[in-house]
Write a protein that binds this ligand. Structure first.
Ligand code: NAP
Length: 175
């Protein structure tokens, strides 16, 4: 018999949102290695009204809180702050701070690696390119089922075509 994965009632469901090249690249020089306007639009509509959980380096690359969403930045720097941003000293503290607001883990690699096992869903954009980069992520999709999949040709403001996947973690079986 299948049963839902158990979540603490005070914690929100966690969803990762990530764009990865065909060779596992997600970043370069502290920034994204591509310009993908259509993917940014989807990111906006998927995350609107929720809370974004990100590492301090990813926040630095964005430079400001994104409108319509709470922003939680994870940092080990006790004196770090930025206007309009909530600060967490650990990934665990970030989840607690998110409370019951739908929460999106939005990078970078350090934060994905620490929180992906807690994510029930992944919105994955496969960027159909082999760009060079200095930040990589291997996403083990074996624990997930594909709920949606669509191929998006490169629009006028996209560097590459992409393939979008909505992945949902397999339900754990009861013993
Ligand atoms: N393709 C995508 O979907 C995507 C998404 C997001 C980001 N990116 C890219 O990824 C790159 C950044 O990723 P990154 O891995 O270098 O950095 P990151 O994960 O964004 O941030 C790393 C920082 O988070 C803090 N941190 C990490 N683990 C922590 C812990 N356990 N407790 C407390 N603080 C912790 C530390 O901040 P302090 O140093 O302040 O202590 C650490 O330096 C950029 O190139 C960015 O553009 C790509």
């Amino acid at each position: 018999m299948n049963a839902p994965v158990e979540n603490s009632p005070v914690e929100s469901r966690l969803t990762a949102v990530v764009a990865i090249s065909q060779t596992g690249v997600i970043g370069r020089d502290g920034d994204m290695p591509w310009r993908l306007s259509s993917d940014l639009r989807r990111f906006k509509s998927l995350t609107m009204g929720g809370v974004l959980i990100m590492g301090r380096k990813t926040f630095d690359s964005i430079g400001r809180p994104l409108p319509g969403r709470r922003t939680i930045v994870i940092t080990r720097q006790a004196d770090w702050s930025s206007a309009g941003v909530e600060v967490a000293a650990t990934p665990e503290a970030a989840i607690e701070l998110a409370g019951q607001t739908p929460a999106f883990v939005v990078g970078g690699a350090e934060i994905y690696r620490q929180l992906i096992d807690r994510c029930e869903e992944v919105f994955l954009t496969r960027v159909l390119c082999n760009v060079e980069g200095d930040t990589h992520l291997e996403l083990d999709v074996a624990d997930f089922s594909v709920l949606e999949q669509s191929r998006i040709p490169a629009g006028p403001k996209d560097d590459y075509p992409t393939e979008f996947f909505r992945l949902v973690r397999h339900r754990k079986s009861t013993p």
